[in-house]
Design a protein around this ligand. Structure first.
Ligand SMILES: C[S@@+](CC[C@H](N)C(=O)[O-])C[C@H]1O[C@@H](n2cnc3c(N)ncnc32)[C@H](O)[C@@H]1O
Length: 396
């Protein structure tokens, strides 16, 4: 099989659009169908990609060795990883972490819909990656109206080449997307394709009043979500979430903490107490619940240890702050009907008390899901809220 037969390409694009339509619950709009046909996804993939097997471990797939598998991946509704470990591929692929990819097509088209674009609008994309999304935007809006920023020079170069080869020439900038790109501002839309923990204020500053900022969200607790903000006349931006997609974190906002290297030290002497709050309730509940808890908890993250090597402890939940300065651990002894659990806490903040308070807040407020939660971005910082921006608290 060759991957250059026009009939094959066409039927692969048709098949992908059918899958995307099923996900969206309606046909892909004609303008986006036209864009997808003009910019076949496989033309944006490098010859070497990494695909997840059943075990979720990434494995390299080379076009030359496995052309059919490579081509099938391009037209499947999956992310195709195009770079690992910032370009330093490890010898042991179990240590490979995606650092650039062609995003899941159904999410790409959903985000394009959420942007609610009209002819003549100017768009700034953060995270050019393969250039595929920039090509779709350029097809719809014209090259002059699209700017895309990519932090990785090698990735930016590949995006430029792929765009040129498919007939598009939006502005491709190599730099930190957190700074935006003032030269082409103001924008009607800013769309990020990497996730943020804090919305860079430059995106608000460089948008027109009434403009939209759409970004994957990554709170430290759940690592997922999509945030759509509208830019207000007073230089703030306000909007709401949905909880359904996960993107790689913006490079300049990575936490990079390891529990036993950076947070929990041998000389720590934690305070011991007990709790009636089952750790599984807060860190193994439906994503909607965890999303609300993460929204309230701000800078807390967690990790499970399923083999703590401590007698009588089946599983231990670790909770820590994003600066690594405080931590808590809660022990579960394997007994489903236990009514209390041992808690260990270290550092200036009592993190399990914060988790208990967030859980109480969630219950007292009628168990809110992501649709009741929002964020306001101001020059001074960002504010999380429940139901209405006036009911807010600082979120960093
Ligand atoms: C999921 S990929 C983007 C997918 C892309 N839009 C496409 O159509 O293929 C995320 C990209 O964001 C880039 N990125 C991460 N942090 C960034 C930053 N601070 N500024 C600009 N790009 C960044 C990554 O290098 C990666 O290429």
């Amino acid at each position: 099989m060759t991957t250059h037969q026009p009939g094959l390409e066409q039927s692969a694009v048709d098949g992908l659009l059918q899958t995307v339509s099923q996900y969206l619950g309606h046909d892909v709009a004609p303008e986006w169908r036209g864009a997808a046909e003009a910019a076949p996804r496989h033309r944006f993939l490098p010859d070497r990609v990494w695909l997840s097997g059943d075990d979720e471990v990434l494995a390299a797939c080379d076009r030359e060795c496995e052309p059919e598998r490579w081509f099938a991946a391009a037209y499947s509704d999956v992310p195709v990883v195009t770079q690992v470990n910032d370009g330093q591929e490890p010898a042991d692929l179990s240590e490979a972490l995606p650092s650039s990819s062609a995003s899941v097509p159904s999410i790409v088209f959903r985000m394009l819909e959420l942007l609610d674009l009209a002819p003549g609008m100017r768009v700034l994309e953060i995270g050019a990656g393969t250039g595929y999304n920039a090509a779709l935007l350029s097809h719809r809006l014209g090259d002059v109206n699209v700017t895309t920023i990519e932090i990785d020079p090698a990735v930016a170069e590949l995006a430029r080449d792929a765009l040129k080869a498919t007939g598009y020439s939006p502005t491709v900038v190599c730099g930190d997307g957190a700074l935006g790109w003032g030269a082409q501002a103001p924008y009607d839309r800013v769309v990020a394709t990497c996730a943020v923990r804090r919305v860079p204020y430059a995106w608000v500053e460089q948008s027109r009043p009434g403009g939209v900022i759409l970004t994957p969200w990554c709170d430290d607790w759940t690592h997922c979500g999509l945030l759509r903000l509208t830019v207000n006349d007073d230089g703030t931006a306000t909007g709401r979430y949905s909880a359904d997609s996960a993107f790689m974190l913006m490079r300049t906002q990575r936490l990079g903490l390891r529990l036993f290297r950076d947070v929990v030290m041998d000389d720590h002497v934690p305070a011991e107490s007990t709790t009636a709050l089952d750790p599984w309730t807060v860190a193994d509940s439906p994503i909607e619940t965890q999303f609300a808890l993460g929204h309230r908890l701000g800078d807390l993250w967690y990790a499970w240890d399923h083999d703590p090597g401590v007698e009588g402890v089946d599983t231990r939940l670790w909770v820590a702050t994003a600066d690594g300065g405080s931590w808590a651990a809660v022990d579960w002894d394997g007994n489903d009907s236990a009514d209390h659990y041992t808690v260990w806490q270290h550092g200036p903040r009592r993190l399990w008390a914060e988790v208990e308070a967030a859980h109480r807040w969630w219950l007292d407020n009628g168990r809110p899901g992501p649709d009741r939660l929002g964020l306001t971005v101001t020059p001074e910082g960002q504010w999380a809220w429940l139901d209405d921006p006036s009911n807010s608290w600082s979120s960093g």
